[in-house]
Design a protein around this ligand. Structure first.
Ligand code: AMP
Length: 214
């Protein structure tokens, strides 16, 4: 198995955005396991997995561990390149499964305050086809309104980006996800934290960290 980089942080802390930037021009060198994107695709294709996940996702809750662990561990074991996980592990049980599978990742946490998470969720639009993210504000808008620059897909709000759901997701993060760092620490797995307020310096730090760990 190749290097595994766990991207950690509150939902909406900007993990996916930093990763998209890093992968520009490097797409062939890395794999990505994004559990959220896998689940959104499953919903779009109306598979059994998608139908099971929909309720939890729209409520801002985590999808049950047994469903997630199976798809995530299989994806990681099959990786043939260094791989990033965006959104796994999100519970101590998921982290246990990682250790049981003999996977000792490098954990990179992106940190922002809760208020920034709310602001970003209000501002975020995503491609319904490929998952690329843009903003409604002038920060990172698509070239053509409502259309994805990457694939021409339709842009829209994520169903879980409303204030109530974001509040639930932050609460779930604090109670169920944050303890993962302590748990992994017991196995000697350190966390590198990057403040994700200023995109350029965060991106630089992130790239340095990943490239120096290969
Ligand atoms: P994300 O795009 O990573 O914010 O994920 C969107 C939603 O998918 C989350 O709010 C959860 O409902 C579900 N999800 C993503 N990753 C996991 C995970 N590791 N464990 C459980 N549910 C997850």
């Amino acid at each position: 198995m190749k290097n595994v980089f766990v991207l950690f942080g509150k939902p909406g802390a900007g993990k996916g955005t930093r990763l998209e930037e890093f992968l520009k021009g490097r797409k062939d060198e890395f794999d990505v396991l994004s559990v959220g994107n896998l689940l959104r695709n499953a919903r779009k294709n109306e598979t059994e997995l998608g139908q099971k996940a929909a309720y939890y996702m729209d409520a801002g809750l985590l999808v049950p561990d047994d469903i997630i662990i199976e798809i995530a561990i299989e994806g990681l074991k099959n990786a043939t390149k260094p791989i990033f996980t965006d959104g796994f592990p999100r519970t101590v049980s998921q982290a246990e499964a990682l250790i049981r599978a003999g996977i000792y990742p490098l954990v990179i946490e992106f940190y922002v305050d809760d208020e920034v998470v709310f602001e970003r969720a209000r501002d975020r639009i995503v491609c319904k086809s490929c998952g690329a993210t843009y903003t409604l504000s002038s920060f990172d808008p698509p070239k053509k309104e409502g259309i994805c620059d990457n694939c021409g897909g339709e842009l829209g709000k994520r169903s879980d980006d409303c204030d109530d759901t974001v509040r639930n997701r932050l609460d779930v993060y604090q109670k169920q996800t944050y303890p993962v760092l302590d748990f992994l620490g017991k196995f000697g797995i350190r966390t590198f934290t990057i403040d994700n307020y200023e995109p350029e310096s965060a991106s630089r730090l992130f790239a340095d960290l990943v490239l120096s760990s290969l």
